[in-house]
Design a protein around this ligand. Structure first.
Ligand code: OGA
Ligand code: MN
Length: 295
């Protein structure tokens, strides 16, 4: 089989590709991984259809692209959690596989995924790729949307680009969840969610392109009073999530979608919370904190 990548939407030749010609479950070669990485450098999001896989196969595939993260960003890190710590549990299921009640703290925490964000931007070294495998999807709704932060940067007026260039933001899950009124934390959770600094503008190593590094986890900007920082971030987010920058992925069972958190934001969209939605995510770490990466 040879790998083929085409734009999902011909009118958007640089954002969101459809990849065919590999089997994740069957394993891939070093050469295949290089072709996928080059495709990611160009398209930032790749969709693979009909990829039935186990968690271990997903994890082994992910390891080709960098060191996989542990799912420490999940609220439930207990021994009784439904999935191993190698997998971020992107579902509305409890440890017994039943749909969670809408007052379940884990479900409420999971609603944070409906805010535009970049995965693990709250970790000192944030995420490079996320790989999300659709195991069970609701009858309708529950798309995942992606916003192209390279195109958003390119479209920003020069004065705003200059204003963004050297800014440093603090990121924490306390900020993203705080936007939803999720504000009751244990001491351990507060300690884990100590804000971490990240560049607001970053250069993508593989493509050389600049992008806006926005995320719902960003809640402060160094050197700016809080309201000034928050309104600036809000305005940038409004700019960056306009229709022309967005690809909305409608899931089919056994889709695998890979995205580059250095180049896109993403969010889940609404669905009937009584229906099962079960996706498993592996996450690959970036090489260093953004402040240690060349701009
Ligand atoms: C994620 C995420 C969105 C969704 O997996 O990191 O934000 O549509 N998912 O579930
Ligand atoms: Mn996410």
């Amino acid at each position: 089989m040879t790998i083929d990548i085409v734009p999902i939407r011909p009118e958007h030749p640089d954002f969101a590709g459809l990849l065919s010609g590999i089997s994740v479950a069957g394993g891939i070669s070093r050469e295949d991984a290089t072709i996928i990485e080059e495709g990611m450098d160009h398209f930032a999001v790749l969709v693979l259809r009909d990829q039935q896989m186990t968690d271990d196969q997903q994890y082994a595939f992910s390891e080709h692209f960098g060191p996989p993260e542990q799912a420490t960003g999940d609220l439930d890190k207990s021994a009784t959690r439904r999935l191993s710590m190698k997998i971020n549990d992107i579902s509305n299921l409890d440890e017994n596989g039943a749909v969670m009640a809408i007052d379940d703290r884990r479900y409420l925490f999971g609603l944070g995924n409906r805010l535009w964000h970049s995965d693990s931007s709250f970790k000192p070294t944030p995420a490079k790729y996320s790989l999300l495998s659709a195991r069970h999807i609701p009858a309708s709704g529950g798309n995942t949307e992606f916003a192209d932060m390279r195109a958003a940067w390119d479209a920003l007026p020069a004065e705003l680009q200059a204003e963004c260039m050297d800014k440093i933001c603090d990121h924490s899950q306390l900020y993203s969840r705080g936007q939803l009124g999720f504000t009751e934390w244990t001491d351990d959770e507060i300690a884990f969610n100590k804000p971490v600094p990240q560049r607001l503008v970053r250069r993508h190593a593989g493509s050389g392109r600049l992008s806006l590094y926005l995320s719902a986890h960003a809640g402060a900007i160094h050197g700016l009073p809080m309201p000034e920082a928050r309104i600036f971030l809000r305005e940038l987010n409004e700019h960056a999530t306009q229709k022309q920058f967005i690809y909305s992925h409608q899931w089919q069972p056994n889709d695998l979608v890979i995205w580059d958190n250095r180049a896109v934001m993403h969010r889940a969209t609404r669905y009937d919370s009584k229906q099962v939605r079960d996706l498993h995510r592996t996450t690959v770490s970036d090489s260093a904190p953004t402040l240690q990466q060349p701009l």
